[in-house]
Design a protein around this ligand. Sequence first.
Ligand SMILES: Cc1cc2nc3c(=O)[nH]c(=O)nc-3n(C[C@H](O)[C@H](O)[C@H](O)COP(=O)(O)O)c2cc1C
Length: 217
Amino acid sequence: MENRSAQVRDLRTDYTSRSLSESEVDANPFVQLDQWLAEAIEAKALEPNAMVVSTLGDDGFPASRVVLLRGLSAEGLNFYTNYDSQKGTEIAAHPKVSACFFWPELERQIRISGTCHKLSDEESDAYFASRPAGSQLGAWASPQSQTLPSREALETILEEVKAKYEGQDAIPRPPHWGGYRIVPHRIEFWQGRASRLHDRIVFHKQGEDWQSSRLAP
Ligand SMILES: Cc1cc2nc3c(=O)[nH]c(=O)nc-3n(C[C@H](O)[C@H](O)[C@H](O)COP(=O)(O)O)c2cc1C
């Protein structure tokens, strides 16, 4: 581990390829987010729609995990998961969350704070119906975040679920599985710059409007 400490201490990337100024950032942070996401997809970033979502536990500890952004609109950012998972139960108790995108290929980060709302049954049904059958069965089979006695135990549940839905045209959405929309009140765009003097432009929601300002790196 000492070797690794020495190794990571000396890892350094200087960010020199881009900048972000007040004049080029869109006045609507959703438009800017949409543009950066498009550029991450265009740049062939690995999992460009992956974001780290952090929730707060009753024990006072925040917990973070990666989820995939599955919808973006002027209302917010959608993702799908198991409502009974750790994140699901934490969101039910504390709906204020943070989300963070990192696109190393573009030397960019977006940080979001907002409030999570469950999507309507219709929205979750529509997305669930678009998933591959294997993922649909997996949503039924996995008691996400619960302790499992073994890998085999999960595979046994999966076999039971497969047998149950064998020959059915459509697999219904499990009641414990669906979407959330993060409705942001703060969105920060971070563009890496040389010598750690990065650009940071943050938007805060003020009533119906967004106010932006520059933060020190
Ligand atoms: C690239 C990537 C994408 C993921 N996407 C999702 C997702 O969209 N939904 C989800 O529930 N879990 C997703 N996961 C798994 C989560 O990170 C996490 O392990 C799981 O949701 C359980 O989290 P929890 O116990 O904190 O609720 C993804 C993991 C990775 C690495």
